[in-house]
Design a protein around this ligand. Structure first.
Ligand code: PMP
Length: 443
């Protein structure tokens, strides 16, 4: 009997006290190394979910393990609230030397609780305090977390429908999702209209939009379906917010630390934001989050954002080691190259697979949108979403030893988030498995 099935069945029986999501990814993980995880029967899987983009260096990378062991060997405190330690000092200095110089010169860092959501909460409190305003501009399809406040900021309606009375004064604006352009026009004209519309909303006193405390977006939407915003659009958002004194918050929780082929996704557009939010990979596999912001916004009093677990030394040491490894090995260039290989191969597959409506991404944050090509095309050229087929593809991948996530606004985007250390050879194996899985699923 399969130990994997046995463990899953045990958990299923205990469903009432152990909520988990083994239904779509039915694996009991025994051990993990690099880009692989092994189930309790010893079967190997390519892990292209990688802790939802957390594991920049894959599972148990030697430099990460060594950094954690050093913390223990040196008898460093494991818990320090937010007090000063040498480990923290090294981490801060590594993070600051990774930022564009112009931003680093002006920036301050706030340590937050262990999750991305906690740091987003802090960022919003920061800009509200600094501006004395109460409304926030956010975007359709954006994802910023699952706490009460961050859910209020997220553009996906699905999970919000069951929670009444979320935080008010969040205005949702169209994100430049070019495949399903909300203005019915694709290409450059589509995102130009989107920025003109936003400018109009801010300048028209009759639009009902209050002067905002801040604007927040992901430069590449992750959970929303791996959607890169055109760099021109990101620059336009920077111009529009700067001209009106609106702090710009870039949520780099998923995109940050090399994922998109730059250390930070905003760098593709060559802009400097006012606030960035980091979590996931910044803790080198362990829970950690920070907000880095322009010191001009530092108008909140000490203690304005607190929380017990803001000093995870182990995570800081792992994060420092991760950043050092990425820089020493120029992993960001590598991410650009393997990411291009992936996108090129997927576009090739798209040529004879009409069910693939769109292939998009930046670096190793790539999505394949699955559609119903025999249904009527929308005015913007897109076909209706096909979440059932996307799930079938996910299942076919899983059976072949490839773990991928399905998400996006219509639940129809198969998402690739492999560790940044994936080699060209491993990438080609992943592409071969995915191609086989798609062919089997569309039959
Ligand atoms: N922002 C973005 C862009 C994310 O992708 C996520 C998590 N997927 C979050 C915020 C929330 O992070 P956490 O789940 O750690 O609260």
């Amino acid at each position: 009997i399969s130990k994997n099935k046995e463990l899953l069945a045990q958990q299923e029986k205990r469903e009432s006290n152990a909520r988990s999501y083994p239904r779509r990814i039915p694996i009991a993980i025994d051990r993990a190394e690099g880009i692989y995880v092994y189930d309790v029967d010893g079967k190997r899987y390519y892990d292209c979910l990688a802790g939802a983009g957390t594991l920049a260096l894959g599972h148990n990378h030697p430099v990460v393990i060594e950094a954690m062991e050093q913390v223990i060997k040196d008898k460093r405190p494991l818990h320090t609230l937010d007090l000063t330690t040498p480990v923290k000092e090294e981490f801060v200095s590594e993070v600051f030397s990774s930022l564009p110089e112009e931003f680093a010169k002006r920036a301050k860092i706030q340590f937050c609780g262990p999750t991305g959501g906690d740091a987003i909460e802090a960022a919003v409190k920061l800009v509200k305090t600094a501006t004395g305003r109460r409304s926030i501009l956010s975007f359709h399809g954006g994802y910023h977390g699952a706490t009460h406040g961050t859910m209020s900021l997220s553009g996906m309606l699905g999970p919000k429908e069951r929670v009444q009375g979320l935080v008010p004064d969040v205005h949702f604006l169209p994100y430049p999702y070019m495949y399903r352009c909300p203005f019915g026009i694709g290409g450059e004209e589509g995102h130009r209209i989107s920025s003109r519309y936003i400018e109009h909303l801010l300048d028209d006193p009759e639009s009902g939009v209050l002067p905002p405390a801040g604007m927040i977006f992901e430069a590449v939407q992750g959970e929303g379906g791996s959607i890169p915003a055109p760099v021109e659009w990101v620059r336009e958002m920077r111009r529009i917010t700067k001209e009106r004194g609106i702090p710009l918050i870039i949520d780099e929780v998923q995109t940050g630390i090399g994922r998109t082929g730059k250390l930070f996704a905003f760098e593709h557009a060559g802009i400097i934001p006012d606030v960035i939010v980091l979590s996931k990979a910044i803790g080198g596999s362990l829970p950690l989050s920070v907000v880095i912001y322009d010191r001009e916004l530092d108008r909140w009093s000490p203690g304005a954002h607190i929380g017990t677990f803001r000093g995870n030394q182990m995570a800081m040491a792992a994060g420092t080691a991760t950043l050092r490894f990425i820089k020493a090995n120029d992993l960001v260039s590598h991410v650009g190259q393997v990411g291009d290989t992936l996108i090129r191969s997927l576009r090739h597959l798209q040529e004879d697979t009409p069910e693939i409506g769109d292939v998009r991404g930046r670096g190793l944050m790539v999505g394949v949108e699955i559609v119903q090509p025999h249904q009527q095309q929308a005015r913007n050229g897109s076909y209706p979403a096909n979440p059932e087929l996307a799930s079938r593809i996910q299942r076919e991948c899983f059976e072949r030893g490839l773990i991928l996530e399905v998400g996006g606004r219509h639940g129809s985007v198969v998402r690739f988030l492999p560790p940044l250390i994936i080699t060209e050879e491993q990438m080609n194996e992943v592409i071969a498995l995915f191609t086989e899985a798609v062919r089997a699923a569309v039959q």
